[in-house]
Design a protein around this ligand. Structure first.
Ligand SMILES: Cc1cc2nc3c(=O)[nH]c(=O)nc-3n(C[C@H](O)[C@H](O)[C@H](O)COP(=O)(O)OP(=O)(O)OC[C@H]3O[C@@H](n4cnc5c(N)ncnc54)[C@H](O)[C@@H]3O)c2cc1C
Length: 539
């Protein structure tokens, strides 16, 4: 129970409109894709870093637990839910200023609520020669919130792109990482470490503070980009394909995240987009007809894809290498923007509809590697349960029947690990009669990030429970084989964090320095300090 004076004190500082407590508001914040339950006590909507400091100071007086979110699109892992019941959500969506874009050095200084689409559009409107490396999640998801979960974007790791964090800690103090003496200096925007121990990594996947702003490094646009794809008829070749992808990365022909997806991933991703494009051409198809089209165009069980980017001369050489290396496993196809336009035009002339529809359907997905965010990945969450979202899937997803749970293990980037990973996933999921959608991303030169999506109808409580049990079982089995999760669902957090383990004990000690009253996101990637007595009168 939150002390009633907590909310009135906050209202007197932020204004009445910045405090939400109605039943419908609480419900809209607790609906989530994963079928988890939490009770929350209210929602606060600060607009500035100073507002956030005020919220923390008042929360500290009343010992009220706060749970910060940036855009709250943590789908598959808990959406906007806190770890513990009774928390007050601190929604940072109104901290949405792009404070600076340096188009010369290639970085932007952004606040927590800035979304991928917002920054990408701003860069485009300034004709910037740099782009934001985006994730496959909605354009309405945030950059800072994603980094707080160490999210993975199309060309790299988010946590490596962010630096010079501005943080409000659990005492309400402002901390800036980087060069200590030079809070707004350019060098802190370019070099994360400053001098002496570097603090910034302490704030990713942590609850030591609320990150209100940060510098994000951008990527230079390249002269040319070519997409490649390969259908694998024989799934047993998948491990060798990953050995080959590693070689291509190490020899510097590939810089982006090349990935492989199974049929249960690819079809739900493309089918709804194909349906949309065919409808636009007046050629609506039924679900079985769409599947039949996909079966004709994507013959195989696994599908590999990625992008080659660089100068024209480099991409020509790299394309040859990719063709030679992956050619052992099938026939790689290559598509650049110009080629797609050209084929689309030709096939339209001969009144073919499928090919131009497929090219358009794939277009937005292929643009992700070039930093153009899209909503087009979201219908893939609705498709497996027979639903089609309307125009705004990001707004609908949490309240719809489309259930989603993610398992996100890491594995060494080699064939043997791929074989073991697939074996574990399949052997667990078959016990629950679930068909997992699997993507294997080459996250670095040495690591695979696997994303295993479990789809289910959230309105069916038995099916939901089954999917949740499957996830638990799967994560435990993966961990037994050494494939640990790199991020956790809000439900897994308490179990995965063992307060008796020396590493977690030390993390808890650090927490007492930054947030002695355990106000911020209690239990998030850190053992709780003690049970908060949230109904206490101010001290
Ligand atoms: C189809 C689909 C594709 C996806 N693709 C990707 C992908 O390619 N890569 C990827 O990483 N994820 C992906 N996701 C998962 C998820 O949607 C993204 O990670 C998304 O960016 C998270 O939402 P958000 O940015 O709004 O972060 P939030 O939900 O706002 O934040 C996530 C968590 O971080 C903490 N937090 C947030 N803000 C702060 C702050 N300012 N200070 C301190 N702590 C904070 C909170 O604990 C919060 O729960 C995908 C999901 C779907 C459904």
């Amino acid at each position: 129970m939150v002390h009633p004076d907590f909310f009135s004190d906050i209202e007197s500082i932020l204004g009445v409109a910045a405090v939400l407590r109605s039943r419908s508001d609480l419900l809209s914040y607790t609906e989530n894709t994963s079928g988890f339950f939490r009770e929350i006590a209210g929602i606060l909507l600060p607009k500035t870093t100073a507002d956030v400091q005020s919220c923390v100071r008042v929360a500290r007086r009343f010992k009220t637990p706060l749970y910060p979110i940036s855009a709250g699109k943590n789908w598959g892992m808990g959406s906007r839910l806190p770890i513990r019941d009774g928390s007050v959500i601190l929604d940072l969506k109104h901290l949405n200023r792009i404070r600076k874009i340096d188009g010369n050095m290639g970085y932007a200084v952004i606040e927590a609520g800035v979304t991928q689409t917002q920054l990408a559009q701003q860069l485009r409107s300034q004709n910037c020669s740099y782009f934001l490396d985006v994730t496959g999640s909605s354009g309405h998801s945030s950059i800072i919130g994603n980094a707080m979960e160490r999210g993975i974007s199309y060309n790299g790791l988010r946590a490596e792109q962010l630096m010079h964090l501005e943080i409000v800690d659990g005492r309400g103090e402002l901390i800036r990482t980087g060069f200590q003496a030079q809070s707004e200096g350019t060098l802190s925007e370019l070099y994360r470490y400053g001098v002496g121990p570097s603090l910034d990594q302490l704030f990713f996947e942590s609850n030591f503070g609320i990150v209100t702003a940060a510098t994000v490094h951008l990527l230079p646009k390249t002269e040319k980009q070519i997409q490649f794809s390969l259908s694998l008829r024989d799934a047993s070749a998948l491990p060798d394909v990953f050995d080959a992808l590693r070689t291509l990365r190490e020899r510097r022909f590939l810089f982006c995240t090349a990935r492989a997806g199974n049929k249960d991933r690819l079809y739900p991703l493309i089918a709804p987009l194909l349906q949309r494009e065919l409808e636009k051409m007046g050629a609506k198809r039924t679900r079985p007809e769409l599947l039949e089209i996909l079966n004709r165009h994507f013959k195989g069980t696994w599908f590999v894809g990625g992008a080659i980017a660089g100068t024209r001369a480099f991409t020509a050489v790299a394309q040859k290498e990719v063709r030679k290396t992956l050619g052992k496993f099938g026939t790689p196809r290559f598509m650049s923007g110009d080629k797609a336009q050209w084929i689309g035009h030709l096939t339209r002339l001969v009144r073919m509809k499928e090919i131009p529809a497929l090219i358009s359907a794939l277009g937005s997905l292929q643009n992700l590697a070039r930093g153009i965010p899209t909503e087009d990945t979201l219908p893939s969450v609705f498709w497996p349960v027979g639903l089609s979202p309307s125009k705004d899937p990001a707004a609908e997803i949490d309240r719809s029947a489309a259930g989603l749970l993610f398992s996100a293990p890491l594995a060494p980037l080699n064939g043997a690990s791929v074989a073991m990973l697939i074996q574990v996933i399949e052997s667990v999921c078959v016990k629950y009669a679930l068909s997992p959608a699997i993507t294997l991303n080459t996250a670095t030169d040495r690591l695979i990030e696997a994303v295993i999506s479990l789809h289910f109808n959230k309105q069916d409580s038995v099916v939901t429970k089954k999917a949740q049990m499957c996830l638990k079982d799967l994560n435990a089995e993966l961990a037994r084989q050494g494939f640990f999760q790199y991020r956790l669902t809000v439900e897994d957090m308490p179990e995965a964090i063992n307060p008796n383990n020396p590493g977690w004990t030390l993390i808890r000690e650090l927490k007492t320095l930054f947030d002695p009253d355990d106000i911020i996101a209690s239990g998030r990637y850190c053992p709780p300090l003690t049970g908060l007595d949230s109904a206490k009168s101010p001290t």
